[in-house]
Design a protein around this ligand. Structure first.
Ligand SMILES: Cc1ncc(CN)c(N)n1
Length: 214
């Protein structure tokens, strides 16, 4: 079994709970409450801001010119289509700028930002890849649960498609190959710990969307 699959196995309870979370069930069915989805998107917009910093740090830390360019290309996706998605969705959900610009950060948002900043500050490419792999591979797995019929509302449908379209599949494949490559010589425990922590936060992030709801 390759390193990424060993890491995923080590985090199995949190990984599976996230991929099969009721948030995902309701998003795929298109019947997620606007209040729940809106709360999630406002927090996720803040997550994505630090995620951009993490990708920028990976551009600096990567040990291979081709890998640097692949990370740089993905930055343009975040700054382009994904940014547009957030702005359009805030409008569709009637969330004013005053609410999404400076929200109070939820506990899992703070925890994820702290984990990403720690990886940035470490200048350790393998640690950056651990967080990138969890964030992207776990999202690919839940988005691949989508069947042929996607929900009709663009804010639901596009969030799924952004995470299962062919370019995203290739991006996740690249990240996993990179972690398998640069993590091969590393002590497993030093990678397992942040990997499991990131999976735990992913689960709490979906939980948070239902805060105050039944
Ligand atoms: C919390 C979280 N984790 C992962 C992703 C996918 N980039 C995201 N948008 N938000």
């Amino acid at each position: 079994m390759d390193l990424c699959h060993r890491l995923r196995d080590a985090a199995k309870p949190y990984w599976d709970a996230s991929v099969n979370h009721r948030f995902v069930d309701q998003l795929l069915a298109g019947d997620i409450a606007d209040e729940v989805f809106g709360r999630y998107l406002v927090q996720d917009f803040r997550f994505c801001d630090t995620f951009v910093r993490l990708l920028g740090a990976a551009v600096c830390a990567a040990d291979d010119p081709e890998a640097r360019l692949t990370h740089a290309r993905q930055l343009s996706v975040l700054a382009g289509g994904e940014y547009r998605y957030f702005i359009d969705s805030f409008e569709a959900l009637n969330i004013p700028e005053s609410q999404w610009k400076n929200p109070t950060l939820s506990e899992p948002t703070q925890a994820f930002i702290a984990l990403m900043e720690k990886a940035c500050d470490s200048q350790d490419y393998a640690l950056m890849l651990v967080v990138l792999v969890v964030a992207e591979w776990l999202y690919l797995e839940w988005a691949q649960r989508a069947g042929n019929t996607l929900p009709p509302r663009p804010e639901h449908r596009d969030w799924i498609v952004l995470h299962n379209e062919p370019d995203f599949v290739r991006w996740v494949g690249f990240l996993c190959n990179e972690l398998n490559r640069v993590g091969a010589e590393r002590d497993f425990e030093t990678l397992r710990e942040p990997f499991v922590e990131a999976c735990q936060i992913e689960q709490r992030f979906f939980d948070m969307a239902f805060d105050g709801m039944r």
